[in-house]
Design a protein around this ligand. Structure first.
Ligand SMILES: N[C@@H](CCC(=O)N[C@@H](CS)C(=O)NCC(=O)O)C(=O)O
Length: 228
């Protein structure tokens, strides 16, 4: 069935996964059309597991290779087309930018998971309590708040949208929605509130959050593109 579309990349994705969200955002901005296969995480399709042993989304299947790290998908897509120059910080301050993204992806995400999904972790060895993990995650936002505050800006790099915003916002949005009332009323996040609200208002956000039915081998191809 997919033979007609054999030149179109396939993206295994999950709507609410922050890593898949950032990959879809980059595909949106680079204007690259892909076939989107919505995955159910507890029942991943064999077709995905065959191409990526990591078994995480997003996975982008190209004609001659597979990319199964969200940041690599972003860089691949934006190197093809980047009209807004979203990769600018990657070229000008690569080390610093990758370090910040990696900190949020690893340590912030560690505490975020234990805060947001505390019930799942209650019996795990290093669980410190929901609110301890919330506060430890919040500590990582101090730097983000200070960057925004210092520059009185709605963007994390050079006062314009870039991969730094695209990589960080899905995880910080998850932190917000774990307890919106607490997050929204916390004045330590004054500039982050404005930053996040602005990003969620941008046109791309609705497009990347479009709902797709879970994919199966008998599904008709569904496309993800920025003119949906
Ligand atoms: N470092 C990976 C992380 C991807 C990741 O952890 N994705 C989660 C969903 S948000 C996943 O697929 N987890 C596997 C599972 O839940 O079974 C990336 O950036 O692509």
């Amino acid at each position: 069935m997919n033979n007609n579309y054999s030149n179109i990349p396939i993206l295994y994705s999950f709507r609410r996964c922050p890593f898949a969200m950032r990959a879809r955002a980059a595909l949106y901005f680079s204007n690259i059309k892909v076939i989107l296969r919505e995955v159910v995480l507890r029942n991943k399709p064999e077709e995905m597991l065959q191409v990526s042993k990591k078994a995480t989304v997003p996975v982008l299947v190209l004609k001659d290779c597979v990319i199964d790290e969200s940041l690599e998908i972003i860089i691949w897509a934006l190197k093809i087309s980047d009209k807004l120059n979203l990769l600018h910080p990657y070229y000008s301050e690569k080390e610093k930018v990758l370090k910040l993204i990696s900190l949020i992806d690893s340590q912030f995400k560690y505490h975020l998971d234990r805060y947001k999904y505390s019930v799942r972790y209650e019996s795990s060895k290093n669980f410190e309590g929901k609110l301890v993990h919330r506060n430890k995650a919040a500590n990582f936002l101090v730097e983000i708040e200070s960057i925004l505050k210092k520059n009185k800006t709605l963007y994390l790099y050079n006062n314009k949208l870039s991969i730094v915003d695209l990589c960080l916002f899905p995880l910080i949005r998850q932190f917000k929605i774990a307890d919106e009332k607490w997050f929204d009323s916390n004045s330590n996040f004054y500039f982050i509130h404005k930053w996040l609200a602005n990003i969620l208002e941008l046109d791309f956000f609705n497009i990347i959050m479009k709902k797709y039915k879970p994919w199966s081998a008998t599904s008709s191809p569904e496309f993800f593109a920025n003119n949906l």
